[in-house]
Structures are given as C-alpha cells and as structure tokens.
Design a protein around this ligand. Structure first.
Ligand code: GCU
Length: 419
C-alpha cells in the first residue's frame, strides 16, 4: 500500500492530504489591495497598479522572468494540404525559427482549419505533450524530430519519435469535432521549446537565447520551463496575427495539467489571447496553494525542479509566505473569459481548490461590471457553471476528454460568437 501511495503521489516526504477536514485555516492575499496597502477601487487602479504588480510577483516568485521576442524570428511554411482529413480541413504546418537562424531553436506549428470557411476563423491553441503527430493519426503530419519522452516502437525505447506514436494523444484532441463546430485547431509540441526533464533546458530556448548557452547559471527570478513554454505560446500568437485564415482576435488558449499551468501563465502575460482554458492544471496552476490539499509546492519542486523559477524552491512547506495565490492568477485574465475544468477523481490537482480560485477571482471581474462564476457552492459533478469564469467538475480521472471539449466549445461560442 505504501508503495502504491508513493507511486501515485509523492516520491518522498509526507503523504498528500485528501481530507477536506484537514485543510488548514488560511488567509488569501487580497487581489484588491496593493503591496503597500493601497486599496484598488476601480479598473484604472487595477490596470495601472495592481495588475502589473501581480504579474511582477508571479514572475519573481513563481514562474520566473522571460525575455521579449527575439528580433530575427521568421516563419516558414513547411507543408499544406487543402484536402486533409478526407476533405474536411486544410492542414498547414509552419516552422517558427525563433532566433532567426536555422541553427537556432524552432517550433513547429500544426494548424487544422475547417474547409468551406468564409474568412478568418477563431481557433483553439494548445501545446501538446509528445509531438504534433500524436494529436491525430493523420499520416500527413510530420513526425517531430525533437527529444520526446520514451517512444516505444516494439521493444525499442528511444527519445526519437517514430510513426508508432502517431495519434497517441488523439482522444485529447477531437479535431473533427472542433472543425465541425467552426473552429480551427493550432498546436505545437512543448518539447520544441524545452524537453520536459531537469536537463531539458540545455536543448531548448532557455539555453539557446542565453548569451552563455548551456553554461548559463540561472538567477532565482529567471524563467523555468513553464515560462519557456508560455513564451512559446506568445510566439505562436505572433505567427497567428499574420495568418490570413485565422482570426487572431479570437484565439482560445487551452492546456491540460502542466500545460494548463502553462496556458494560465501565458494568458496572464499576453492579453492577445481572447479566452483562457485551464484543464486540471492543479498546483502551480488554478488550485489554491494555501489549501495544502493534494499536490503541494514541495512536491512540484522535488519532482519537477525545472518547471518554476529558483525562488519558488524557497516556498516548500511555506505556502502562507508566498505573496500570491491561484485566485490572483485567474484574476489576471480579467476582463477576458476564463474557464477552469476539474475532474472529481483528480484529487492530486485539488478540484475544489480550483473552483475556489475562481470564486476568489470574482471581485476583479466585478470591477469590470462582469459576473464571474455566479455561484459560491461547489457545483454538482457534471454541471457547467459561470459567465466570465466558467467551471465544471466532471466524473472520472485526470484527462482531457470529449466531454470537457464540448463545455469549452460551448463557452467559446457564447463569448466569441454570441451563441
Ligand atoms: C504530475 C504533476 C502535476 C501535473 C501533472 C501533469 O502529476 O504532479 O503538477 O499537473 O503531472 O502535467 O500531468
């Protein structure tokens, strides 16, 4: 039993708390009070003072600071098929040369755009975990050449992707359904920006964009992998702004789990994203850290030391000293709509803590005269609630499912198409 618990949750240290009665009393930082004690009275105070201050605090203590876009970045059309998926879509592949030179880092974007579209379409944009070729069995998708977590072809385990992994993640990317609902899908592999392991930064943008390359020694406030992935989402947006088939004012950012944390941070920093969706992002994402339910800061730092900035390590078992909490990350989306999806069996991510972050982000939406969640009670399993802050907790486990997608498509329809 002990072995099981260690496998499912912590690698070492105390067992996670899954008992609501053991959640300690906690006091959240007030999103409407500046660090010097000045209250935020209106939108102007929020936009001019508190919002920049919160962004700064999240950079300084949680995700780390990222550089601006490199000046020489350019895009190259790498493939196009106007009759992909049996004639349902245009499949477009574009390479973003992030530093300008072909020896530098690159990010491969995969776009599916609905056929029969009239004019630019709204799109969902999200990073994937294992390569673009894993989101759909479509044999036309180029197989990633970047480092991947073990790709098993027969008995061989390798960090080079093979055709064996085509469509592996297809259940998380209902491409045909997204197209049918009138949206395009844009995705890229997070490993193009940084392979997801502690030494991965040496193969990614954090080394490539640093003057001292792989010898770089990170200051406590410099970017971690999540900030690097989020930075890449903004570079994808740079491209989308120039693609005539995409409506760049209607880009819905979506991410699952660690990539949900990433979507939230990218959406907080970059207001070009129209809607932000966090699917089960948990600790370090939408879940209130002060609840100490399920995963905690110490778990993240121990298992994924590369995800957050150096200073975040000083908050192990010191949640109350962190100057921010997840409700303020959600509030940074305001007045844009944000949706938080949880799953009832995903206790590690603290579904209720994710809901409460939405509740406590509401005062900021009210500054804009907008209704956030509109409820304070955790809704029953399977019911979607909320206006500008959407929320659901569905049956089942940690995953991104077709059911989640239907809720996100409905939410996008309401806000982007007045349906
Ligand atoms: C681990 C990690 C979570 C993360 C998840 C995922 O469970 O502890 O913080 O969200 O992986 O990305 O799937």
């Amino acid at each position: 039993m002990l072995v099981m618990v260690a496998w499912a949750g912590r690698v070492s240290g105390a067992e996670p708390n899954y008992d609501e009665s053991k959640v300690p009393a906690y006091k959240l930082p007030d999103p409407l009070i500046c660090e010097d004690g000045t209250p935020v009275r209106n939108r102007r105070d929020w936009e001019r003072r508190r919002r920049p201050e919160l962004l700064w605090l999240f950079e300084e203590h949680v995700y780390g600071r990222a550089p601006t876009a490199p000046p020489g970045m350019w895009f190259e059309r790498a493939g196009e098929d106007a009759y992909a998926l049996g004639g349902r879509a245009t499949r477009r592949e574009v390479t973003l040369w992030l530093r300008g030179d072909r020896g530098g880092p690159k990010m491969d974007l995969l776009l599916y755009l609905p056929r029969g579209r009239r004019g630019p379409v709204p799109v969902f944009l999200g990073l994937n975990f294992m390569g673009n070729h894993t989101v759909h069995p479509d044999p036309g998708i180029r197989i990633t050449t970047a480092w991947v977590p073990n790709d098993r072809a027969g008995t061989v385990v390798s960090n080079r992707a093979t055709a064996a992994s085509r469509g592996w993640a297809a259940s998380r990317w209902p491409v045909e359904r997204i197209l049918e609902r009138g949206y395009g899908l844009v995705t890229a592999y997070c490993g193009d920006l940084e392979p997801d392991h502690p030494e991965g930064w040496k193969l990614g943008v954090r080394a490539a964009l640093s003057p001292d390359g792989t010898n770089h020694v990170f200051r406590p406030d410099e970017w971690g992998a999540i900030a690097a992935w989020a930075w890449g989402l903004s570079r994808a947006m740079d491209y989308l702004e120039g693609d005539r088939d995409v409506d760049a004012r209607r880009v819905v950012l979506i991410g699952h789990s660690r990539l949900g944390k990433t979507a939230l941070w990218a959406g907080a920093r970059d207001r070009r994203f129209a809607i932000v969706i966090s699917n089960e992002s948990g600790e370090g994402g939408a879940a209130l850290t002060r609840r100490r339910y399920g995963e905690r800061i110490a778990d993240l730092n121990r298992r994924f030391p590369h995800w957050f900035c150096g200073r975040y390590k000083s908050y192990d078992d010191r949640e109350d000293d962190l100057p921010v909490d997840a409700h303020e990350l959600i509030a940074l989306m305001a007045p844009r709509p944000v949706y938080i999806g949880s799953a009832v069996e995903d206790r590690w991510a603290d579904p209720r803590g994710e809901f409460l972050a939405g509740v406590h982000a509401e005062p900021v939406y009210r500054l804009y005269g907008l209704e956030g969640l509109g409820v304070t009670e955790w809704p029953p399993v399977g019911r979607s609630v909320g206006r500008y802050i959407g929320y659901h907790v569905r049956e089942g486990r940690h995953d991104l499912t077709a059911w989640d997608w239907e809720r996100y498509l409905d939410f996008a329809d309401r806000h982007l198409r007045g349906r």
